[in-house]
Design a protein around this ligand. Sequence first.
Ligand SMILES: Nc1ncnc2c1ncn2[C@@H]1O[C@H](COP(=O)(O)OP(=O)(O)OP(=O)(O)O)[C@@H](O)[C@H]1O
Ligand SMILES: [Mg+2]
Length: 307
Amino acid sequence: MSRDPFTRTYAPRRKSYSPGAARPAVSRPATARPAADTPPPADLLVPYMVREEPYYRQVTDEVDLYEAAYSVRMPMMLKGPTGCGKTRFVEYMAWRLGKPLITVACNEDMTASDLVGRFLLDASGTRWQDGPLAVAARHGAICYLDEVVEARQDTTVVIHPLTDARRALPLEKKGEVIEAHPDFQIVISYNPGYQSLMKDLKQSTKQRFGALDFNYPEHDVEAEIVAHETGVDIETAKNLVHIGERARNLKGHGLDEGLSTRMLIYAGSLIAKGVSPLAACRVALVRPITDDPDMRDALDSAVTTYF
Ligand SMILES: Nc1ncnc2c1ncn2[C@@H]1O[C@H](COP(=O)(O)OP(=O)(O)OP(=O)(O)O)[C@@H](O)[C@H]1O
Ligand SMILES: [Mg+2]
């Protein structure tokens, strides 16, 4: 998992701005990636730049399609099961386009203010603090709302004026309307299998987005990814993918969800560290995904077929 920093943190480029004394405080909600220092406004987005090329193995024509969508600033929806590469893809595309990426992990407690901003009390009185969506819209970043379906619908509707011809974000409490920066784009991720009737996107939200389908890649491509990400040899990676495919066939027949590429990478990482393949698969693949003894035995025997 040597590449993991891409999925978690982007260290700010500290050298690209010079620290000054009188600098407005910029703080971000816990869901946004924090800066290690408080940059001046012009460099507000520097911490959100993807500095190194993330490893992304293109699966079909998703890179070209996304570039075309970005060129017309079409809001995009990345659809697909957990752990199949959606987040890695958006990180790669932000790097490729040279645009900052602000990621917000959505949850049901998130309010519209968490996205757009709020007034804060400090020693000098009240001051407005832009939320991550407002920062992205004002200064021109790609704003990635991860698992947007987790947010309540009354929260999700704040993105509506930004995702139609208006490209504007009204800050009602502040009495300001932000005209979106030309570089601004909104991207959401969404797992079509998870939502219930209560937790789905409204049609009026869905119909504001173009959508790209993601899924677990075909055998050889997935093995290539697993080998690259973990350092195991390609034969071991292929065996892991075989086990993943067996488990995916059990989805709906006792398993709620198939084994993700992410889980195969976990197993490969343990094997690369010297853990025996059987133990690695037990820990990283079989035990996390099921509590049912029969299903566990079925998966364990799939593991012994390949290792
Ligand atoms: N096409 C790919 N190229 C490179 N790495 C990939 C690819 N697909 C998956 N991966 C690997 O799988 C891991 C999991 O992918 P990622 O975190 O992007 O999943 P996700 O679809 O965003 O899942 P979730 O819905 O749970 O957030 C990545 O960290 C990466 O190592
Ligand atoms: Mg993700």
